[in-house]
Design a protein around this ligand. Structure first.
Ligand SMILES: O=C(O)CCC(=O)C(=O)O
Length: 320
């Protein structure tokens, strides 16, 4: 049964961050603003800037763009895209430090203590707090605006994108069978009509570690684009359990299991779910890129005064 828009917005309001946005969506002006930004005011100028300085892509980058365009998802190993062992080692060390921190241990304990009451994304422990201030020279930020990632994202979107969130996630294994909550259920991200999330694995992600699952062809231009479409910037009709399975055979789903160092580039405006870790933990970094038309606020603030960094025009734009 379709969920009424007002009911959906009211439920979204209970969720921190989404709530702030959902409240704003009671304003019907926003539903006019988004197409206006998409078609005229924000995306076309950004497209012109991209076209004026279109990046030259390596073969590996082209492969990612091509797969993103045809399927909405692509995989590539860090070594193939970066080939920079020193950088990998230091990112890995930082990720290990987070995983072994007291903060993560406490969150895991709290999760198990309150297990029965969990209803949303309590299974995720995040590196950054809500609305963090992130230094310009922060390695997680720097990786997101590195040309080897940003040029792929921009070429796929055909414009200069904006980096809207960054994080490192530790997914707590459930230990037992339970129903899926939050992003563990099939959904489309509501932030934009076309967008890219980049994930980088810092642990082996087996099928019992809650890998992302994706329906290729469910984003713009694909054969499944019309299924459970969003009805506006927050409208998110989630298929109920079993509904998607009845329409799209399992043989068509992509399960993003992968080794440490795997990058997943994914247009999450398409149907996806993940984080249902039954037995093993999952550690990954995530960068979310949106077009300038999106009405969703950036989830972090850049501290421009910390550290000297040379930025390309596209990177400056991504943080603007
Ligand atoms: O944890 C996951 O793999 C799901 C992530 C997801 O649904 C999202 O970021 O939109």
């Amino acid at each position: 049964m379709p969920v009424k828009r007002s009911t959906l917005i009211t439920s979204l309001m209970r969720i921190p961050y989404l709530g702030r946005f959902a409240r704003r969506c009671h304003d019907p002006w926003l539903n006019v603003k988004y197409p206006l930004f998409w078609n005229y005011l924000r995306n076309p100028p950004s497209k012109r800037m991209f076209e004026a300085k279109a990046p030259l892509l390596s073969e590996s980058q082209l492969k990612v763009v091509q797969q993103l365009t045809t399927r909405g998802i692509s995989f590539m190993h860090f070594d193939e895209l970066f080939g920079d062992h020193e950088r990998w080692d230091s990112m890995r060390e930082a990720a290990d430090g987070f995983v072994n921190s007291e903060a993560v241990e406490k969150k895991i304990q709290a999760y198990h203590t309150n297990f029965e009451k969990t209803t949303w994304k309590e299974y995720l422990v995040r590196l950054f707090p809500e609305s963090p201030i992130i230094a310009l020279d922060d390695p997680w930020l720097q990786l997101g605006i590195d040309g080897r990632i940003l040029d792929v994202v921009n070429t796929y979107l055909g414009l200069w994108a904006r980096l809207m969130s960054i994080d490192l996630w530790y997914t707590i294994p459930l230990g037992i069978e339970r129903s899926r909550t939050g992003s563990q259920r099939w959904h489309r991200d509501p932030e934009d009509r076309k967008m890219v999330k980049v994930f980088l694995y810092f642990s082996e992600v087996a099928h019992t570690a809650g890998p992302l699952q994706y329906i290729p062809g469910s984003c713009t231009g694909g054969p499944y684009r019309h299924l459970w479409r969003t009805s506006g910037p927050t409208g998110q009709p989630i298929p109920s359990e079993g509904e998607l399975e009845a329409k799209i055979p399992r043989s068509e789903w992509i399960t993003c299991s992968g080794s440490t160092g795997t990058f997943v580039f994914c247009d999450t405006s398409g149907l996806h779910r993940g984080g249902y870790a039954t037995e093993q933990e999952r550690v990954l970094a995530m960068w979310c890129f949106l077009t300038p038309a999106s009405l969703w606020p950036r989830r972090f603030t850049v501290d421009w005064d910390s550290g000297e960094c040379q930025l390309t025009e596209a990177a400056k734009f991504a943080l603007s």
